[in-house]
Ligand binder design. Structure first.
Ligand SMILES: NC(=O)c1ccc[n+]([C@@H]2O[C@H](COP(=O)([O-])OP(=O)(O)OC[C@H]3O[C@@H](n4cnc5c(N)ncnc54)[C@H](O)[C@@H]3O)[C@@H](O)[C@H]2O)c1
Length: 271
C-alpha cells in the first residue's frame, strides 16, 4: 500500500478502527492519531500500534491519542487541529466511530432519543470530523507517492457506511438511515472538492467480527443466521479485511477514486 503520510482514525479503540490503526502502522504511515470516546482502551491501542511501528523496517512512526466524543464539534475541532499541528499535516482521515442498535417492533417503537443518538454519532459525528479535517487538507500541498514520487492528493477521507447504507433490514431504523446519510454526505462532499485534490470515499463493510457484533450472544446468533443465508461467501469478515479496503481508499493506489462506496461484504449486496 502507498500510505507514507499522517493518518487520523476515529473509533480507534475497538474493532475496525483499531485494525485500521494497525494496518496503517504496518503499511508505512509516518504518524497515526487515535481518536475515541473510550480513553482507557485507547491507551492500550497506542502501545499496540507503537509496537507494530517498531516491527516494520525503515522509518519510525509517531502515535498520538485524543479522547473525543465525535458528537461534540468543539472536541472534534480541537483533536483534528491538535493532530495536524503535531504532525505538520493530515493525509488520511478514517471515520470509523459508530454505534449500532435494533428497535424491537421497528420504526413505530423506536425511541426518539435512540434515533437521535445513532444519527448524532454515525452521521453528524462523521460530518464534524470531515469538516474539520477537510479545512486543513485543502490548505496543504499534495503528498507524494512513496512508490513513484508523483503528487497524489492533498488528502483522503474514508467514511464508514455499511451494507445498510445500500439496503434496509428490519428493526434497524436509525442505523440504516444514518448509514444511507453517510453515503449521501460522501457523494456530495467528494464532488465539492474533487478538483482540489481532496478525495472522499466510503467503505461499506458487511457482517464483520468486532465487539459491535460479538459482544452479545443474541446479536451474534442473529448475525450467524443471517450470514448462513445471505452472505455468498458464507462467513463474517474480519476487521483486518475491512482495514485493507480502508487503506486502499486512503492511499496512492486509489488516486483516481472519489465519491465511491467500496463494499467489502462477502458478496452480500450483489443479491
Ligand atoms: N462490525 C460490523 O459488522 C460492521 C458492519 C458495517 C459497518 N460497520 C461500521 O464500522 C464502524 C466500526 O465498527 P466496529 O464494528 O469496529 O464497532 P466497535 O463497536 O468495535 O467500535 C466502534 C468504536 O467507536 C467508538 N465510539 C462510539 N461512539 C463514539 C463517540 N460518540 N465518539 C467517539 N468514539 C465513539 C467506540 O468507543 C468504539 O471504540 C462503525 O461505523 C460501524 O457502523 C460495522
Amino acid at each position: 500500500m502507498d500510505v507514507p503520510g499522517y493518518a487520523l482514525i476515529t473509533g480507534a479503540a475497538s474493532g475496525i478502527g483499531r485494525a485500521c490503526a494497525n494496518t496503517f502502522a504496518t503499511d508505512g504511515a509516518a504518524g497515526i492519531a487515535l481518536l475515541d470516546i473510550n480513553h482507557d482502551v485507547l491507551i492500550q491501542v497506542k502501545t499496540e500500534v507503537e509496537k507494530r511501528c517498531t516491527e516494520r523496517e525503515g522509518k519510525s512512526c509517531r502515535v498520538e491519542v485524543f479522547t473525543v466524543d465525535v458528537r461534540n464539534e468543539e472536541q472534534v475541532i480541537q483533536a483534528v487541529n491538535g493532530a495536524a499541528q503535531i504532525f505538520g499535516r493530515l493525509d488520511y482521515v478514517v471515520n470509523a466511530a459508530g454505534l449500532a442498535m435494533k428497535h424491537a417492533g421497528g420504526a413505530i417503537y423506536a425511541e426518539t432519543s435512540d434515533w437521535q443518538r445513532i444519527i448524532d454519532v454515525n452521521l453528524t459525528g462523521t460530518f464534524f470530523v470531515l469538516k474539520a479535517a477537510a479545512k486543513i487538507m485543502l490548505k496543504q500541498e499534495p503528498i507524494l507517492s512513496s512508490i513513484d514520487g508523483r503528487p497524489l492528493q492533498r488528502g483522503s477521507i474514508v467514511n464508514f457506511g455499511s451494507i445498510l447504507g445500500a439496503v434496509g433490514v428490519p428493526m434497524s431504523t436509525a442505523y440504516t438511515a444514518s448509514k444511507h446519510g453517510v453515503l449521501g454526505l460522501t457523494k456530495t462532499a467528494s464532488e465539492d472538492y474533487a478538483k482540489d485534490g481532496l478525495r472522499i470515499n466510503a467503505i461499506c463493510p458487511g457482517y464483520t467480527e468486532t465487539p459491535m457484533t460479538t459482544q452479545s450472544e443474541l446479536v451474534l446468533q442473529v448475525m450467524k443466521e443471517k450470514v448462513a443465508t445471505s452472505v455468498p461467501m458464507g462467513r463474517m469478515g474480519t476487521a483486518r479485511e475491512i482495514a485493507d479496503g480502508v487503506v486502499y481508499l486512503s492511499g496512492g493506489r486509489s488516486s483516481f477514486v472519489t465519491g465511491t462506496a467500496l463494499f467489502v461484504d462477502g458478496g452480500y449486496t450483489q443479491r
